[in-house]
Every structure is written in C-alpha cells, then in structure tokens.
Design a protein around this ligand. Structure first.
Ligand SMILES: *[C@@H]1O[C@H](CO)[C@@H](O)[C@H](O)[C@H]1NC(C)=O
Ligand SMILES: *[C@@H]1O[C@H](CO)[C@@H](O)[C@H](O)[C@H]1NC(C)=O
Length: 268
C-alpha cells in the first residue's frame, strides 16, 4: 500500500473513532463535580447506555461538536445521577454565573435533533459576562436573577478588552450573596451583560436613550420593577461600577431619575 493511501485511511479511521470517544466520560461523583467546578459553563450528557442506539446520543455528540469550546462530557454513573438529581437520560447544563443547573430530559422531547440540542446549550450559555444576542436573551430572561448590569460598548473600541475583563471579574463579587425571600438558596444579585453598539441592539440602546456614539456606558435594568438607570458618564472603573451596583442593592437608585429617551412626550 502506498504511503499516501495508508495515511489517508489512517486519518479516516481515527476521525471515525474520534467522534465516538471524543467526549470525556465521568466515572464517579468526584470526577463529575470536578468537571462542573472547572468551568463557567459545562454540559454533561447523562446517558445510561452511551451508544449509537440510545435515543438522542448521536445528536448530543454532534451538538457537543457544534458548541466548542464549551466543555461537554458523558456520565453513566448512577451515584452521580442521584447527586445531580437526574432521573432518566438527560442533558444538563451547569453554570456559575447564577449557580444554575438547567435540565433537558430527552424522553420528553418529540423529535430530537442536533440543532435543537445545540440551541438548548447556546441559549443557556450564561457567563459572568454574557454577550447579549437573540439566543442568549432567552436564557437571560429565564434566569432566576432578574437584575442585569449592562455594559454598552462598541466592539473593537480602544478600551474594549480592558472593560470586558474588568466587569467579568467584578461580576464574581456579586454571585450568591443574597438569599431569596424564602431565605434559602443564595441567588446572585446581578447578571452582567455585554451589549455591543450594533444595529441589532439599537432597541436596547434606545431604551436607555443611547446610540452607539454615546458608548461605552454602564446601566442597570431591573426586570422585577421594570426600572432602568445609567451610571453617570465618566470613567468606567471597577470602583465606580461596584458602587453603582451597591447603590441599587441598598435601594438608593429608586429616587434617581431613570434612563430613557429624552423626549418621550414629543413622540406621542
Ligand atoms: C473517579 O474517577 C476518576 C477518573 O475516572 C479517577 O481518577 C478516580 O480515582 C475516581 N475516584 C474514585 C473515588 O473512585
Ligand atoms: C428560594 O430558593 C428555593 C431553593 O432554590 C426555591 O425552592 C424557592 O422557590 C425560592 N423561593 C423564592 C420565593 O424564589
């Protein structure tokens, strides 16, 4: 056999094997917990029998490939299933930003498709700083956390990376400090959201009375009260944003003028 042909066959053979063994298999509770703990967002396919014949398995493997670099693993260990309260073949997404586990029970789905599973994952990909778009909007508004700290910024502006890093770091200070009204599980205070000054976000910007020329700016939207505020113009430092968040938490923003289009009345 000539060398080229041999390497071609070898390549094909390995790539076929790779699709099957690509995903790490978590064999016990410790391994599963460590996997979840290691990332802001992680996905586990809990399949009793991870094989081609299993309902949804092939589609899950394909979805895992579509959502790279989100870490995805398999787990058949029954103790781990119990630990994560999984009762039948289920895809679960774990995220740190709002300490949430989102389950998708496969037996409850009429038609399982890789695209649908991919969408389930990308929709729920809520991070410490989540980029706002049509897909993440669904996950953001389904979260138990109802207050958003918004960074409006033009992609590629001079301070873009710095602002993103700063706010992603600050977001972690606001995770899990407050207990909900029944006084039990701590829920985070804010989800931090990145809104690019692009055409598709014109409406969101307009809601705060902004256009892309005004950026970068920082705002808070509270969906519980449907109220919104802009941090006064000026340097966007960690200290100022932290203070802005705190002033919301202690109730000081209630008396501050809300953000919005300047001349609501003249529009009528
Ligand atoms: C759990 O699984 C990991 C990886 O498969 C292994 O290294 C470890 O020894 C296992 N731990 C226990 C307690 O069985
Ligand atoms: C508080 O958290 C617990 C545990 O997550 C939940 O069962 C309960 O419904 C929550 N209460 C409210 C009022 O959100």
């Amino acid at each position: 056999m000539n060398m080229l042909l041999f390497s071609l066959i070898f390549l094909l053979a390995t790539s076929v094997v790779a699709t099957d063994t690509d995903l790490p298999s978590l064999s016990n509770v410790t391994a599963a917990e460590a996997f979840v703990e290691a990332s802001e967002v992680a996905v586990i396919g809990f399949f009793e029998t991870p094989s081609e014949e299993t309902l949804g398995y092939k589609e899950f493997v394909e979805a895992a490939r579509n959502v790279r670099p989100i870490p995805v693993a398999l787990c058949s260990d029954k103790e781990a299933w119990a630990k994560f309260s999984v009762v039948s073949d289920t895809i679960a997404l774990f995220r740190k930003a709002d300490k949430h586990q989102e389950n998708l029970q496969l037996s409850g789905i009429k038609k399982i498709e890789a695209d649908g599973l991919t969408r389930f994952i990308t929709m729920n990909e809520i991070r410490f700083l989540t980029e706002y778009n049509q897909v993440t909007a669904v996950g953001l508004f389904q979260s138990e956390v109802k207050t958003h700290l918004l960074l409006f910024v033009n992609r590629g502006s001079a301070d873009y990376d710095e602002l993103k890093d700063k706010l992603a770091a600050l977001a972690q200070e606001f995770v899990g400090k407050v207990t909900n009204s029944s006084g039990r599980t701590p829920v985070p205070e804010f989800l931090f959201v990145l809104i690019h000054g692009v055409k598709s976000n014109e409406k969101s910007l307009g809601y705060f009375g902004l256009t892309s020329r005004d950026l970068p700016r920082v705002g808070i939207y509270d969906s519980n009260s449907d109220m919104k505020w802009l941090m006064p113009d000026g340097e966007i430092s960690t200290e100022r944003v932290r203070e802005f968040c705190r002033s919301f938490l202690v109730g000081n923003l209630k008396d501050v003028k809300q953000a919005g289009p300047p001349d609501r009345k003249t529009e009528l």
